[in-house]
Design a protein around this ligand. Sequence first.
Ligand SMILES: Cc1cc2nc3c(=O)[nH]c(=O)nc-3n(C[C@H](O)[C@H](O)[C@H](O)COP(=O)(O)O)c2cc1C
Ligand code: SF4
Ligand code: SF4
Length: 290
Amino acid sequence: MSFEIYYFTGTGNSLAVARDIAEKTNGKLIPIPSVMDKESIKTDADNIGIVFPSYMAHLYGIPLIVERFIKKLENIGSKYIFAVCTCGGYECVNALPTLKNLGKLIKSMGGKLSAEYSIRLPMNTLDYSHIPFPIDQNRETMFNSCKKKIEVICRCMTDRKKSKYKIVTSLFNWLMAPMYLILRKFHLGALTKYSKEPKDTNLKYYELMPLTDKSIYADEKCNGCGICEKVCPVQNIEMIENKPVWQHHCEMCLACAEWCPKKAIHHWLRVEEKNYYHPDVKVSDMMGQK
Ligand SMILES: Cc1cc2nc3c(=O)[nH]c(=O)nc-3n(C[C@H](O)[C@H](O)[C@H](O)COP(=O)(O)O)c2cc1C
Ligand code: SF4
Ligand code: SF4
């Protein structure tokens, strides 16, 4: 039984999870950005895993590059497809809607998402000061429960078990719908503002997202090391006169800002002067993603 584990990552959480799953299943670990220049993606593996972060779960959740990747997959009708969504907030309100959207997308491509899992891990240094309740959790606790969850996931996958969110969680998610509507409006407003489009723009969220790098900049602490350019999974940064210049096809993964050794990059979503990346992932791993 052969496994291919595809992943996309910005701070390394999804890579750490994907790598662990690949080791335990003897699977092949494949970065999604590395296959995106292909017209279509055909695979001989019987089992396909997709490990990715949830982005703006209340808008859509699936990173744009992951959506483009799914749309390139061919002949997936007979495959056992499973997904692991990593998120920083509560899984039931963040990973669940994201995975539901992923299931629909895979179905539209003739496949079936047989098993869906979520893992909560430390959040990128996103500014969540507007959320009126605490979402932080002890990091060690999260890493430990992540390890245990991966054990369970791997056992289920090698038995090709089906796994869906429990009905109670789904019901809770459904009850939260009014709050999602408010969050959706808030997030859309932010995307419009930071992509520097007029307030009454007709652009959709997936058109706005790539433009939001218009509000990213590097300050005088930047020493021109070029790490941001190298870790960007989609070549959205060009070094011009030793300074990063963003090219407006951003995935909003925050890798450039989180991995900048000088904390010189300012991103409107982040708390200043902090950074986070998964402790088991190295900058060279990130550079290898594309
Ligand atoms: C642009 C962006 C939007 C995000 N939106 C959400 C969200 O809506 N809900 C959530 O729980 N986490 C959200 N996160 C946090 C990530 O899902 C989480 O930190 C994830 O584990 C990052 O995985 P990675 O290290 O593989 O990139 C967001 C992160 C980014 C960069
Ligand atoms: S990683 Fe930071 S210090 Fe290095 S070039 Fe980019 S912005 Fe400048
Ligand atoms: S520019 Fe930064 S945030 Fe945008 S895709 Fe590249 S690394 Fe991610």
